[in-house]
Write a protein that binds this ligand. Structure first.
Ligand code: PLP
Length: 375
């Protein structure tokens, strides 16, 4: 049987077996509402508490600093709209995910001062530029940990220090990084951090926001008193336990996963180079392992995607979250990639379940497609 090749792990990852097993009881017999005091909900309550502690420990936080959300988009909105509600100025970057950029636009329309930092050709925010914008005596800086389209890792530790020196808070959208690179929020000096379970082999529709102790941040979702009155809504116990198990598993396997995915990345690039096809790689040297943005001059990224799809291979053009957007990717625009090259760009993203055979199948198919006459 032909092997289906999934190489779009930056869009989403398969659910881990361990996470699924941990979730099942809470989708079946253990359906008690975790906020109810009776004994039927005891296991749900205990599991929720343990999951919070596990997640906290995976990123160097304390349990009371972790707030469960419905994913990266909600976490990002909570942060940006929180700044807006307080009338704070916001500084973000031009390569953020739309989960940050759209609320920033919204805040601007509501009268907030919003600035977007430019990036280098490699897609890295320059530290010096931030210093120039920190004019008020308080506000929010929000810069992503790693970019979803080209993988570039941002100097968040240095940016946070600069923000703090001017009395500003620092948030990072770490959706592409949590579970894939070591993160210690205290050492890095993060005030807030967004994460999403489905990017680290957890369930979809589940995420968390880390808010450093001592920061009183306005709620986004109002209602019941869950999450110590910071985020209303009946707790998704199955989702929460699945997220915690998946994160712990990825953290335990971090070195092995990184080495494995790095080998796959090198193997793909070697195969493409040896084939003689013309391509450019976008992004920085310091990037999320396995996130590979490639431009094939003279070809259409869209057409490459569809031809690979016909061969049972899933990859992405630009960003998966932008698949309905026919405009040029704002990230490729921000790194000042020529329009023709941007249109010829695809994103391949490997994950821990990919194997060398996937790389061979993908490389052979890709070489065959781009070796033909220009599309
Ligand atoms: N931020 C980044 C950097 C992302 O890559 C994504 C999803 O692709 C999100 C936020 C949104 O996360 P979610 O899908 O959990 O809403």
């Amino acid at each position: 049987m032909k092997r289906f090749v999934y190489a779009d792990n930056a869009a989403t990852t398969p659910l881990s077996e361990k996470a699924l097993e941990a979730m099942l009881p809470f989708l079946k017999q253990e359906y008690g509402n975790a906020s109810q005091p009776y004994s039927f909900s005891r296991l749900a309550r205990k599991t929720l508490k343990e999951a919070r502690a596990t997640i906290a420990q995976c990123i160097g936080a304390s349990p009371e600093e972790i707030f469960f959300t419905s994913g990266g988009t909600e976490s990002d909105n909570w942060v940006i709209q929180g700044a807006m509600h307080q009338g704070w100025p916001i500084i973000s970057s031009s390569i953020e995910h739309h989960a940050v950029l759209k609320p920033c636009e919204f805040a601007k329309k509501r009268g907030c001062k919003v600035e977007l930092l430019p990036v280098s050709h490699e897609g890295v925010v320059s530290v010096g530029t931030l210093a120039h914008y920190l004019t008020e005596d308080k506000g929010l800086v929000s810069v992503m940990f790693a970019n979803n389209e080209i993988g570039s890792i941002q100097p968040v530790e240095v940016l946070a220090r600069l923000a703090h020196d001017s009395g500003w808070l620092f948030h990072t959208d770490a959706v592409q990084a949590v579970g894939h690179v070591p993160i210690d929020v205290q050492k890095l000096g993060m005030d807030m951090l967004s994460a999403s379970a489905h990017k680290f082999n957890g369930p979809k529709g589940m995420g968390f926001l880390y808010i450093r102790n001592g920061i009183e941040w306005p709620s986004l979702i109002l209602g019941g008193s869950q999450e110590s009155e910071h985020r209303a809504g009946t707790e998704n116990v199955a989702g929460i336990v699945g997220m915690a198990v998946a994160l712990q598993e990825n953290i335990d396997m971090l070195d092995a996963n990184t080495k494995h995915i790095c080998r796959l990345e090198e193997s793909l690039l070697d195969k493409l180079s040896h084939s003689g096809v013309r391509f450019y790689r976008n992004g920085a040297k310091h990037h999320i392992t396995g996130n590979i943005s490639l431009s094939f001059p003279g070809h259409s990224g869209e057409a490459i995607l569809h031809r690979l799809d016909l061969k049972g291979i899933s990859i992405s053009t630009g960003s998966a979250c932008d698949s309905h957007d026919t405009q040029m990717s704002h990230v490729l625009k921000a790194i000042r990639l020529e329009e023709e090259l941007a249109k010829s760009t695809i994103r391949i993203s490997f994950g821990r379940y990919n194997i060398e055979e996937d790389v061979s199948i993908l490389a052979n198919a890709l070489i065959q497609i781009v070796s033909k006459r220009n599309l």
